[in-house]
Design a protein around this ligand. Sequence first.
Ligand code: EPU
Length: 430
Amino acid sequence: MSEHFLINGLGGKRTLEGEIVVRGAKNAVLPGMAASLLYRDPLTLTNVPEIEDVSRMSELLSGMGATVERRSGSVAIDARKVADPELTEEISKRLRASIIFIGPMLARFRAATFPHPGGCVLGARPIDLFVEGLEKMGAVFAQEGKRYRVRAPEGLHGADFFFRVPSVTGTETIMLAAAIAKGTTIIRNAAMEPEIVWLSEILNASGAKIEGAGTPTVTVRGTNGRLLSAKGKRFAVVPDRIEAGSFLLLGALAGKELTIANIEPKHLDALSAMLEYSGLPLAIGKRAITVRAPKAGKVLRSVDLKTHEYPGFPTDLQSPMVVYLTQTTGESLVFETIFEGRLNYTESLARMGASIAMMDPHRVLVKGPTKLSGKTLESPDIRAGLAYILAAAIAEGPSRIHNVYYIDRGYAHVEERLRAVGLDILRIPE
Ligand code: EPU
């Protein structure tokens, strides 16, 4: 059933108050679930968000023959009976992260079949880095119509591989493949996101030998085919820094006093530095950040933004940050360096009254502050969908946001959690 959100904007008032508790990271739980293929006993993850992407990942695993038990906040996967290393087209085209499966599939079964992965509409999203990395480890790819068939007849072996571009899921895929391969794999110019560090920690706690995750050089000593074992341990998923940052920005825009809890504040340094530079004071604790309304008359200044791999400013927070910049004083140049097409949503913000000029597909100039007015909007992807919620929250009058499936892919029960801190938001069935 398709649904939409109806939001009555605060019209510039800062009334949101209370605490939002952040769940485990979507972009950690997805590779974590794929890792289950490498285990000889059940893998249990806790602090799992109730999001659509976790449901799609569960369906993919069940389709392969795994037993997936989902309880509130946890998922237990027993992949011992998996026999069919094939990704169905229907689900993989909705979920780009499904590509991560090919690493563990190849390592364990020496074969995998998958369609070109889909996911959000973020310009061209190639898989050349995955193909080159796995080829170096002994895999042979063949394209059959719309599907890829990949085999490693002799099993995967270690390799020394340099990523031309540091890819997050690419690093995770090679790391998973290398964990049980024969010999040592070195990934150079690896991505350094906290989700990669978390993945390496659960693998290492289960018998893998991975060093350097979180640095540009990751070294994996393979177990030569020996599967990993969770030994009854349960692994809590690292907090979602993107969800945390998005809610922090909501607080920055409309908060009287809003606390974002159950987070790892260090993972948000790039955002905190920007907000503090713009003049917004933050109270940064051990596991929470509180944002308070600035003193009356205080001018928040504009700030230029350039997205960058971790620890730089995440592309996944670019769209909510742009909503914030529509309310700061002055000009902000926003440079999206990671994905093409990830600024198209700004047209809708302009329709709401923001002053945003597209300079080229990677850059926009935002002038603020501008009043926004409520509109009917269509979420183009997970992150821009959430940015629209922020824009609607501060606008004058009602907004309707369609395509909520995208928002549900990445944020669990968002309307309930935001209503609890004072936002007038309803999910309307259509
Ligand atoms: N790239 C290639 N070839 C490849 C793979 C990537 O050229 O084979 C390029 C991409 O086109 C892009 C750059 O490398 O320009 C970096 O992309 P990356 O591979 O790091 O992105 P990803 O692994 O597909 C993950 C997140 C994204 C997040 C990006 C960047 C997951 C499941 N997804 O994607 O999250 O935006 O890293 O941080 O971890 C989201 O959650 O909404 C989302 C899109």
